[in-house]
Ligand binder design. Sequence first.
Ligand SMILES: [Zn+2]
Length: 132
Amino acid sequence: MALRVKSVWSPVSRKDDGLRILATRFRGRGLPTNRYDVWMPSLGPSERILKAYQARRMTWAAFVREFRQELFLAGPIDTRSRTIKNHGQKFTLRLIKQLAQKGNVTLMCHCPEDTATCHRHVLKALIRSGRV
Ligand SMILES: [Zn+2]
């Protein structure tokens, strides 16, 4: 699967990156729009857990656990359907998985390239898992 992760601030490689997805809740002031193809705030952690983790009020393990839960949370529209529900970002993650099987896809965040504790790694692992 041609699914990659990188910092949105790292050099752009049109050939290797393929579809560049900015998967952050905040777009970032001063970020030129040509650094990504699509911005998907729905793939970023909620402000509540992002701020708690950044302020060190939440461990990385707790952040990962809550972030993974958030990705599958039902939305208000799900109360209108009895059978087929949206299941949060489940179908979006499936779409990304399909796209990455047909071409390169890069999930990006503002964190520096060498940041191991970034939600983009959680997204990549989840998409590569059998869970979506
Ligand atoms: Zn990050």
